[in-house]
Design a protein around this ligand. Structure first.
Ligand code: NAP
Length: 258
């Protein structure tokens, strides 16, 4: 039976993997929280890898606060770059295939159509830079890896994300202002979780970088509109395009991944 380590297993993607893992009875999963396995701590990583002979490691651990990463980048680099290198080295030493999650934010967003895996990354914020460095460490360290770039990840159940924030606000009602200045592909964590286990672990050996998103590209405004309509809340909400949408971190205008 193949053994699968999941790091950062109590974030929104990790919890979605936990939700579906019983659909795959021929795999044995080991779920580690950030407290049980802190990927920035080499000794902690080595201890966990020495306890069980894993076949795969799905790295859901990441520092994902894009705004805060701009203000205090050190922590983002510790987790998203150094922590990922620690995992890559442990995977190499123990012959484990690493499945790592990366982001649309490795691109600058200036391209007019969808980004392919051949496009050259050029991150425009600290989060994106820290994630790209993590990708680089994996490529320098390992032959057997998948780096999955995804975008606008949301769970309807877990974590803090755009879907849940809009839903909460729409339930209260009133006017919502949402930007239409960026375009990307919202991706449900359950779909990504299923893809990782079903397509990569069960059926694939083509290692390397790949892009995975749900199919439809849209602006944040259109995504908000869909969320409101899906939950039949349109009667109580006025959705307007935000004119002055300011964030601390720069964000790519085009985030569409092919
Ligand atoms: N969210 C998005 O829109 C988005 C878009 C594209 C790509 N991604 C990528 O997709 C992956 C999953 O994202 P997500 O949305 O599921 O993130 P998330 O909900 O923020 O979960 C990240 C998890 O990592 C854990 N973690 C943080 N530092 C750690 C450390 N040093 N050691 C071990 N675990 C640590 C966190 O634990 P604590 O909560 O205890 O700190 C949390 O459980 C990440 O690689 C992210 O970069 C996300």
């Amino acid at each position: 039976m193949k053994k699968v380590l999941v790091t950062g297993a109590f974030g929104q993607l990790g919890l979605s993997i936990q939700d579906i893992h019983l659909q795959f009875p021929n795999l044995k999963f080991y779920f580690f929280s950030s407290k049980q396995l802190d990927i920035t701590q080499k000794q902690n990583v080595n201890d966990v890898f020495s306890q069980v002979k894993f076949n795969y490691c799905i790295n859901c651990a990441a520092y994902t606060n894009v705004e805060q990463a701009e203000k205090t980048p050190k922590i983002a680099y510790e987790v998203n770059s150094k922590g990922v290198e620690n995992l890559a080295i442990a995977c190499r030493n123990n012959n484990v295939t690493l499945i790592h999650i990366s982001t649309d934010y490795v691109f600058d967003g200036s391209k007019t159509d969808a980004y392919t895996v051949e496009d050259v990354p050029n991150p425009i914020n600290e989060y994106g830079k820290s994630k790209l460095l993590g990708e680089n460490y994996i490529q320098q360290t390992l032959n057997q890896y998948f780096i999955i770039r995804t975008s606008w990840l949301y769970s309807k159940v877990y974590g803090k994300n755009f879907y849940k924030t809009i839903l909460e606000k729409a339930k209260i009602g009133g006017t919502l202002h949402v930007t239409d200045k960026q375009i990307g592909c919202p991706t449900n964590t359950l779909n990504l979780a299923f893809f990782i286990i079903n397509n990569l672990i069960e059926n694939n050996t083509n290692f390397g970088i790949l892009h995975f998103t749900d199919e439809k590209a849209m602006t944040w405004y259109q995504f908000a509109d869909n969320i409101i309509t899906e939950n039949k809340l349109q009667d109580g909400v006025v959705l307007l395009k935000a004119e002055n949408y300011l964030t601390f971190a720069k964000r790519p205008i085009n985030s569409i991944l092919k």
